[in-house]
Design a protein. Structure first.
Length: 409
């Protein structure tokens, strides 16, 4: 089968899944994934054993649970101690919420955690046809379409035309235009009513799975972290409401692949577990405001970034910045000194480009694929956008201060 034909087949399968999901929700039925999870529960131990073998063959040195290899019995002992300290956590579903940095993190985290977990994945196109994806589907995967179904070129064109008609009607009060507007509006509403909003429907599926006592592996960032400066992305905050709606405990997990020699050769797989978060105890059983969901997610991000990931880096980073500078920094020219700060790139950008190239080789994503799955906070303006107007600035004595370095931070 040709590549394009294969891709069309995969997209069609995803559309069929979305239609079945919508149909079951319309009929008030539980998620179809529950049937598959229950049917294949006995395969979890086999999958777990395969994960361990693959990770061993891959040559990863395992640094789980603060230096321990973390065999299965050690993780359950770890949970037993937790339940002794917090008996209120027992018999509640767990959402394991890790940062998302590389392709290998799913297999390594399943190796480390050992409990049965259902994976939430926004990448049907790459995971579904892959052999490892087929194995994970047996264990349990909830696929969702992360694209905004109302953000298509066709709908945008229709919206633009409706806006134009409204403007002309306001100017002319023309009856023919009013009739045309009403006809076009009906066509537009008919299209919208037939759209399957899988980003909304997956919330019902998540609740069904958690309500039935299954644990979940949920990468709240949405996709790999390819930020040059952030230990984590802002992320999707629905995880907070989902935990409350299903009385689940959220377990912060940090992961990274590190190599002390920084040769990108044999690596150490590091995992750190944070303190479980009981959002029900914090907020009660209610629908949260947007501010509360953001605050709740900050509790999770704070543990992952400023405690757990920082612990991994502190214990495993032996390279010094000046060593990187010697190898990767470019020698600045006279012209470089006159480039405004908002246009400057990192002096170590070559090192970062090398890291990204190696990471992208491991899987089927482009950098654009990864970035479009990330949560975008529309209330924040990127530096490049904030200073874009300066590109068109006609410099003179009165406005030159705008290019001063102190105004770009």
């Amino acid at each position: 089968m040709k590549k394009e034909e294969k891709r069309k087949k995969i997209i069609q399968e995803q559309e069929e899944l979305k239609k079945r999901r919508q149909d079951r929700i319309d009929k008030g039925l539980l998620a179809e994934e529950l049937e598959s999870i229950e049917k294949n529960m006995n395969l979890h131990n086999t999958l777990y054993a395969l994960m361990k073998i693959v990770n061993t063959v891959s040559g990863y040195k395992k640094d789980f649970l603060n230096g321990k290899t973390l065999y299965k019995r050690e993780f359950f002992k770890f949970l037993e101690e937790l339940y002794k300290e917090h008996p209120e956590y027992k018999n509640r579903p767990i959402i394991f919420a890790p940062n998302h940095v590389r392709m290998q993190d799913i297999a390594i985290e399943m190796d480390a955690i050992a409990l049965h977990m259902v994976l939430l994945s926004g990448d049907f196109e790459n995971v579904h046809p892959d052999i490892s994806g087929k194995l994970l589907e047996k264990n349990g995967i909830l696929y969702l379409d992360m694209d905004n179904p109302y953000n298509t070129p066709e709908l945008k064109k229709d919206e633009s035309y409706l806006e134009e008609l409204k403007e002309y009607i306001e100017l002319t009060d023309n009856d023919s235009l009013k009739k045309e507007y009403n006809e076009e509006l009906k066509k537009y509403n008919d299209k919208v009513s037939k759209i399957i909003n899988d980003r909304k429907n997956i919330k019902k599926v998540i609740k069904d799975v958690l309500d039935n006592g299954y644990n979940m592996l949920w990468y709240y960032e949405g996709s790999w972290n390819f930020s040059e400066n952030k230990p984590y992305y802002d992320g999707y905050n629905y995880i907070v409401q989902a935990a409350i709606d299903s009385n689940a405990i959220v377990f912060p997990v940090a992961f990274d692949l590190v190599d002390k020699k920084h040769t990108f050769g044999k690596r150490k797989a590091c995992i750190r577990f944070g303190k479980p978060i009981d959002y029900m105890a914090i907020y009660g059983n209610k629908t949260l405001t947007m501010e509360e969901k953001i605050e709740g997610l900050d509790l999770l991000k704070g543990q992952i970034g400023y405690e757990l990931v920082a612990n991994i880096w502190e214990k495993n980073s032996s390279i010094k910045r000046d060593e990187l500078a010697k190898k990767y920094s470019k020698k600045l020219s006279v012209e470089d000194y006159f480039v405004p700060d908002y246009k400057k790139t990192s002096p170590l950008s070559a090192y970062w480009d090398e890291y990204k190239a190696i990471a992208l080789k491991e899987w089927k994503f482009t950098e654009e694929d990864i970035e479009k799955k990330h949560f975008v906070d529309k209330t924040k303006v990127e530096q490049e956008e904030a200073f874009k107007h300066l590109d068109d600035l006609n410099l003179n004595q009165k406005n030159a201060f705008l290019l001063s370095k102190r105004n770009h931070h």
